[in-house]
Write a protein that binds this ligand. Structure first.
Ligand SMILES: Cc1cc2nc3c(=O)[nH]c(=O)nc-3n(C[C@H](O)[C@H](O)[C@H](O)COP(=O)(O)OP(=O)(O)OC[C@H]3O[C@@H](n4cnc5c(N)ncnc54)[C@H](O)[C@@H]3O)c2cc1C
Length: 420
């Protein structure tokens, strides 16, 4: 057997799993199609990622947080949630939770650099990159994977394959894994925006008639264009109806900023400049069975959600922390990491979190993309109620912080198992 575990996809989630398993003693292979520091790397592109407080703790447990913080991550100390044209509004605050920040904003490229550095030196890890999985077969004793590595075919065997190959997972397609897909008819338009005042570490989530609009405080790391704007830089995720997207992308910068300012008001000050915009079609997608013998799905390969609330990667990172713990325990007890019984431990543990996050995200998108009068009244009453009732707001805040439910050891700052 070549490997105990073959991870397919070295994006944010796959590369995190390799770091998380660093002390497990397992032989790990990582297969990634696009070099990590390449401009076209799809996981570490121009998007900004809101990391929950829980994700920070997992990164700390994996020993990766420092490499991120040294580059620049921007703490979010408050989140203002409001509904354009209506009265409801609420404010979630780090102070109320007694933490330094509700979460952090990191450029995807910052996460890529932090995960990429030192990856090849981790004990027991072999990296195949650039290499693309083209076929997979699962037998009782092993999974067999065919790779195309720069025009050459390579065949590898492992006791377990972890599919971390993103929303368009080849592993999922090759194995015909049943997948549920729902469209929202919405596309996210993403860009960086510069304003005339400091972001003061406050994020804005504004619900508009076409869908949610998020503005995240995001000071750029020194090595990145945009760092000269210091704390006047924000990352925008504007969810627009599909029929409005072409027009939004075609506007010149001045017209786009005027439109954005109109949606946002003066909350972030006067908007002065915007970078080129990228578009991401949105939907909800999840694989029905997260595990089968010799196979586990994690991250976007398992579940792809709307970016409202910034939960997708955070959910994937919790997959990582739980799967790493389950696999390390099996390895410690001399067990086979690819048997269904072990993998079901992962699937069972993750189920509640998936249902909660997918349910809340889906409801937010539907409730807030709707202009039926009763819904408008109900959602505004809901936000007012949250503002008046600290326990309700606290529950919502803790979900956003990623600290609800049973926590894996990495998220508690503990090693994967007690073996030393
Ligand atoms: C606009 C937008 C904003 C977002 N904001 C947030 C946010 O604020 N907070 C948050 O938590 N999440 C956010 N997300 C979600 C987050 O980006 C994803 O959850 C995250 O990127 C998933 O990572 P992944 O590693 O599972 O998949 P991917 O990032 O898709 O990585 C998959 C990797 O697999 C590789 N690959 C694919 N096929 C193969 C193959 N056959 N062989 C080898 N390698 C292969 C790819 O090259 C890639 O590197 C946002 C998403 C969008 C679209």
């Amino acid at each position: 057997m070549d490997y105990d575990i073959l991870v397919i996809g070295g994006g944010m989630v796959g590369a995190s799993l390799v770091h998380a398993l660093r002390d497990s003693g397992l032989r790990i292979g990582l297969v990634e199609a696009v070099p990590l520091y390449n401009e076209g790397q799809p996981s570490y592109d121009a998007r900004a990622i809101a990391l929950s407080w829980g994700s920070r703790r997992i990164f700390e447990g994996m020993g990766v947080w420092q490499a991120m913080a040294q580059q620049t991550v921007t703490p979010i100390r408050a989140i203002n949630v409001s509904d354009r044209g209506h009265f409801g509004a609420t404010r979630l605050q780090a102070e109320e939770e007694g933490v330094e920040a509700l979460g952090y904003v990191a450029e995807a490229a910052v996460i890529g650099r932090a995960l990429g550095s030192g990856l090849a030196e981790l004990p027991g890890v072999t990296i195949f990159c650039p290499a693309t999985l083209t076929a997979i077969r699962i037998d009782e004793e092993a999974a067999t994977v065919t790779l195309d590595q720069e025009g050459e075919q390579k065949i590898l065997q492992a006791r377990l394959v972890v599919a971390a190959d993103g929303g368009r997972s080849t592993v999922r397609e090759q194995l015909g894994a049943k997948t549920v897909r729902l469209g929202y008819g919405q596309t996210a338009v993403v860009a960086s925006v510069i304003s005339d005042r400091s972001h003061d570490n406050v994020a804005f989530e504004r619900f508009t008639d076409s869908g949610p609009l998020a503005l995240l405080p995001n000071t750029a790391p020194q090595w990145m264009t945009g760092s000269e704007h210091g704390d006047r830089r924000w990352s925008m995720v504007w969810t627009a109806r599909e029929d409005q997207v072409d027009e939004l992308l075609a506007l010149d910068d001045a017209a786009f900023l005027e439109r954005l300012q109109g949606r946002l008001g003066r909350r972030a000050g006067r908007l002065l400049a915007v970078t080129p915009r990228s578009a991401y079609p949105l939907g909800l997608q999840y694989v029905r069975d997260h595990v089968r013998p010799r196979l586990a799905f994690i991250g976007n390969a398992a579940h792809l959600i709307h970016p409202v609330g910034g939960q997708g990667f955070n959910l994937g990172l919790r997959d990582v922390a739980v799967l790493a713990e389950v696999l390390a325990q099996a390895a410690h007890q001399g067990g086979d990491p690819g048997v269904l019984e072990t993998l079901q431990g992962y699937a069972r543990w993750r189920r509640g979190d998936y249902l909660r996050v997918m349910g809340v995200t889906d409801s937010l998108v539907r409730i807030f993309s709707n202009d039926f009068r009763t819904l408008v009244v109900a959602r505004n009453a809901g936000m007012v109620a949250m503002d008046l009732m600290p326990p309700l707001r606290r529950l919502f805040t803790r979900q956003a912080m990623g600290v609800n439910g049973r926590q894996p050891r990495l998220a508690l700052g503990l090693p994967l198992n007690d073996r030393k």
